[in-house]
Ligand binder design. Structure first.
Ligand SMILES: NC(=O)C1=CN([C@@H]2O[C@H](COP(=O)(O)OP(=O)(O)OC[C@H]3O[C@@H](n4cnc5c(N)ncnc54)[C@H](O)[C@@H]3O)[C@@H](O)[C@H]2O)C=CC1
Ligand SMILES: O=C(O)[C@@H]1CCC=N1
Length: 278
């Protein structure tokens, strides 16, 4: 159903900020059948090469505001810190019925409501970078003004880059951001520190980096392919009295292991999300 929704839009999707996350979303939409002439990018700092490549595919890049037709969607993908300057620049493009979707960490529905006319349907969402390969996770919360059709449209846009989880309680968004929005960084860090630990244990650095990377990605693929809980997959690696058990005694230490460390990390990210609310 997503591709049908994207092909039948009433107007363009206007993307404010086509950086890492916004750019990945745009790729997903185009791949899923959004006609390029229905994509508009507004990003004054886009590298020329990226802007030219998008234009060559038929996407409008930084067109004058008066030539932008009534947008079906305004998707806000600038940094939360620049939002107070950037959002008012595109807000006048909104028409009655334009769906506004923000993927800015921390920025609340109340912040968005302050910038758009009363009644504007608003969705606050948080995607993640595996979106670049269609394997993203987005958590989304609607404003009270979002209709069933708006929600289907937001699901289509976010579903173009992975799975979508809707929540009704906006208070969950900062913690969701800390888990799935920031989460890929924790996994990539695992690949980095595992490689470094292998080097410290005597492996050549390049060999250690290769096997650590393949181990993290292979384990993710196994997790994806399997119906088993992560804990069972972990236990399947762990022979009693073996090497893994020795390592897990360190990593699962009640006070100094992964558990309390990750809890502190997610709590720090959640706090930062609240600060970014502005
Ligand atoms: N990178 C990630 O993993 C995730 C990012 N987000 C959110 O997505 C948003 C964008 O993050 P990234 O893509 O990582 O950042 P980024 O820095 O790659 O992209 C931001 C883009 O905004 C553009 N920009 C700056 N000022 C602008 C203005 N006044 N008007 C229009 N465009 C402007 C920049 O040129 C850049 O292309 C942030 O709000 C972030 O919280 C959400 C989930 C995950
Ligand atoms: O680090 C950030 O603030 C953004 C939001 C989630 C991932 N990147």
């Amino acid at each position: 159903m997503s591709d049908v929704v994207l092909k039948d839009l009433s107007g363009p999707v206007v993307l404010l900020g086509a950086g890492k996350m916004g750019g990945a979303m745009l790729e997903g939409w185009l791949k899923l059948g959004l006609p390029p002439h229905l994509a508009v990018v507004i990003d004054p700092h886009l590298p020329d090469s990226v802007a030219l490549a998008l234009k060559a595919r038929g996407v409008a890049v930084n067109p004058p505001a008066h030539v932008v037709a009534a947008p079906a969607v305004l998707l806000l993908a600038v940094k939360p810190q620049v939002a107070p300057d950037a959002v008012p620049q595109v807000a006048p493009l909104a028409r009655p019925g334009t769906l506004v979707v923000s993927i800015m960490a921390g920025r609340t529905l109340a912040f968005l409501a302050d910038h758009f006319p009363d009644g504007t349907p608003l969705v606050r969402a948080i995607p993640n970078t595996p979106a670049a390969i269609g394997r993203g996770v987005s958590v989304a919360v609607p404003s009270a003004t979002v209709s069933t059709a708006d929600r289907a449209l937001a699901s289509a846009l976010l579903g173009a880059i992975g799975i979508v989880e809707w929540v009704d309680d906006e208070a969950l968004m900062d913690a969701a951001t800390a888990v799935s929005g920031s989460g890929p960084a924790y996994v990539f860090l695992l690949a980095e520190v595992l490689a470094e630990a292998g080097r410290a244990a005597g492996l050549p650095a390049d060999l250690s980096a290769r096997i650590a990377r393949a181990t993290v990605s292979g384990s993710g693929a196994l997790l994806d392919a399997s119906d088993l809980p992560a804990a069972t997959l972990r236990q399947n690696v762990t022979s009693p009295g073996g090497t893994t058990a020795a390592a897990l005694a360190v990593l699962m230490h009640e006070a100094r292991g992964f558990g309390p460390l990750m809890e502190a990390a997610v709590a720090a990210a959640t706090r930062r999300g609240k600060e970014l609310a502005g």
